[in-house]
Design a protein around this ligand. Sequence first.
Ligand code: SAH
Length: 254
Amino acid sequence: MRARRSTLQRAAAALLALALGGSQRLPLNDPAATRVTDGDQADYAEARARMVVEGIVGWGIEDPDVIAVMGRVPRHEFVPDEYLDLAYANHPLPIGYGQTISQPYIVALMTQELGVQSGDRVLEVGTGSGYQAAVLAELGAQVYTIEIIGALAETAAERLERYPNVTTRHGDGYGGWPEEAPFEAIIVTAAPDHVPPPLLSQLAIGGRLVIPVGPIGDYQELWRITRLPEDPIESVSLGGVRIVPLLRTEEVSE
Ligand code: SAH
């Protein structure tokens, strides 16, 4: 046990250094960067390092690029002020309008399964807080992200301005983003009860779609669907998740 703990402590120290490096790269004129004091930034970096060691690596995420990015993106800048103290806890948090920022482990798992390479074109359906889009952007992807709730789309677009490789849109992502297709990867962060056919058709050959599918208000199954050159698709189940439902335009009041 003692050896294991010291390995974890070393990993945490390394991640802490990484995280501090990441937060120093924030633009000085970023309003979110001035929301907390320098002391708080160090606390957040430490909390983020702990989140990565315990909730990301500790829960089985292995992709080194995903682990590094989760240690770098300032998740506290994507959660409402009243939940700042829980920003690095390993569970989803409310972001208003009945929606949530996904649990860090789920963000890491979905990102790992997307297999994103730098320069890949990636579509995200369900921008929400913008956190997942930031994670994908930090991996070097060209990110196209759609959000159906106008107020969330607007806030996320402001937060994501610092990433020139992210394009945001307000609308229903069920139909994908045909003008920008094909995509090497598509991630759906809200759960439909079936796979939207337009998303499958907007996948590049060899492209991956990571999507939770299942009944509203119950557990859904997370799938990785790969479009193969010869067979139409290959589906792999990644296990059970509980994620907010995919909405359609007629279900959104504003
Ligand atoms: N990826 C987000 C998770 C947000 S939860 C994050 O990192 O914070 C899922 C989001 O999907 C919600 O914001 C919800 O409003 C949005 N959503 C639901 N149905 C949608 C649809 N049809 N098109 C686009 N966004 C949708």
